[in-house]
Design a protein around this ligand. Structure first.
Ligand code: FES
Ligand code: FE
Length: 431
């Protein structure tokens, strides 16, 4: 399907069809999710050989497992005999995965191991050809990504300049990060792109959508009290990945710390070590006033709040959200418990902000489908064209202030690159 007329990133508008059309959705699975690097796990979820979890890459069910050689493998969760789903558990530890139907078994690297009654197959199968499809797997400072496209660039190149921003969360201390408290799921009857575009650069909604929830949580303080000062705020994007925040202000860390001062006390104590690793600008000014961020295509996080999340597409009108709390490994129990509780209080199925957001995205998905409604484009023109790659301090494309559609347009430009490109040869390496 030719999608070239559906988005105009120079004029700043989007066709509503991209939020509900089945054919566009099928093309997204083929051209975005089967080509991009996708977040699948944090290394801390799989500490020992045999540890595994199941998740999705697009709508493909996959097993993420630490093999006996210590490496993490990612492979399709569908038997090569009749296609039955092999593993139904969310996670655990296993020596192999055995299919319910006829008993074929596969190793923690996806290789076909046994056929139950080997005698039946003597001379009829070359087992080395019938293993599960392995994805490429690369990690970035604890985060595990996988990709099904052999022509994709390395994960480091895919992230590009954006690594500088990711490091603000992943590289604060010598000991690194981990996920705690398991995975929390939530379901939205909404298009997956609404979750991503909201986290990649929609600070505009926060003061309006979250005003009452924020006041309830913060003893009456309105959201703008926690936002970066407007003249110091900015949008950064690189290769379709986005970061919004400022160089001054309280940000999401301020909201977290108000009710749980141990969090801010921890960061004050860590400031010198963070500055040594990240420099003063990133360690204090940027981290202290960040709002939200996303990695293309469907991985988002809130650096101060500690939520990391994947918007799994389940059809054009449904998202399965999986979310975790990320903490520094060196955090004392009191601080990590505070981080987890604050994360659940804000961004979980019962979190005050998650509910606010989900309602908007569900209604937008439904309303965009109206047969007359759909004829009118959507406005994405706030500060369109103001993104520039020449800031002396901040890598990537920068636009000021952060109240703009600039990062959302960068996300949709990348989406367009993937949707129109016949292969990775047509997709710009740096955008
Ligand atoms: Fe898996 Fe037959 S479908 S063993
Ligand atoms: Fe929100």
């Amino acid at each position: 399907m030719d999608v070239t007329g559906l988005i105009n990133t120079r004029e700043g508008w989007v066709d509503r069809r991209i939020f509900w059309d089945q054919a566009i959705y099928e093309q997204e699975l083929e051209r975005v999710f089967a080509r991009a690097w996708l977040f699948v796990a944090h290394e801390s979820e799989l500490p020992r050989p045999g540890d595994f979890l199941t998740t999705y890459m697009g709508q493909d069910s996959v097993i993420v497992a630490r093999h006996t050689d210590g490496r993490i493998r990612v492979f399709t969760n569908s038997c090569t005999h009749r296609g039955n789903r092999i593993c139904f558990a969310d996670g655990g530890n296993a020596r192999q995965f055995t299919c319910n139907y006829h008993g074929w078994s596969f190793g923690t690297d996806g290789a076909l191991m046994g056929l139950h009654e080997e005698a039946h197959y003597a001379g009829w199968i070359d087992k080395s050809h019938w293993g599960l499809q392995n994805a490429r797997v690369e990690t970035y400072k604890g985060l595990v990504f996988a990709c099904f496209d052999a022509d994709a660039p390395s994960l480091e190149d895919y992230l590009g300049d954006y690594r500088w921003y990711l490091d603000i969360v992943l590289d604060q201390t010598d000991e690194g990060t981990e996920f705690i408290g398991g995975c929390v799921r939530n379901d939205f009857q909404a298009n997956w792109k609404f979750g991503v575009e909201n986290f990649t650069g929609d600070s505009l909604h926060a003061s309006w959508t979250h005003d009452s929830g924020a006041k309830a949580m913060t003893y009456g303080k309105p959201v703008p009290d926690f936002m970066p000062v407007e003249q110091d705020s900015f949008h950064a994007n690189a290769n379709g990945h986005g970061w919004e925040g400022g160089t001054d202000g309280l940000g999401t860390l301020g909201i977290m710390s108000l009710r749980r001062p141990v969090i801010m006390a921890y960061y004050q104590q860590k400031r010198a070590q963070m500055a040594r690793r990240l420099g003063e600008l990133r360690a204090t000014r940027l981290f202290g006033s960040v709002v939200s961020a996303s990695v293309f295509p469907n991985f988002s996080y809130l650096p101060g709040i500690g939520t990391m999340r994947v918007w799994h597409p389940k059809g054009p009108r449904r998202i399965e959200l999986r979310a975790w709390t990320i903490v520094n490994r060196d955090m004392p129990d009191e601080v990590r418990n505070a981080m987890r509780d604050a994360c659940m209080e804000t961004f979980s199925p019962s979190g005050v902000f998650e509910m606010d957001d989900g309602e908007n995205w569900e209604n937008a998905t439904r309303a965009n489908e109206g047969v007359v409604t759909r004829r009118q484009r959507l406005h994405y023109g706030l500060r369109v064209g103001t993104s520039r790659r020449d800031d002396p301090d901040l890598p990537g494309n920068i636009s000021r202030p952060m109240y703009s559609d600039v990062n959302q347009l960068a996300f949709y430009q990348r989406w367009m690159d993937f949707m129109t490109g016949q292969s990775w040869r047509d997709i710009p390496r740096v955008r």
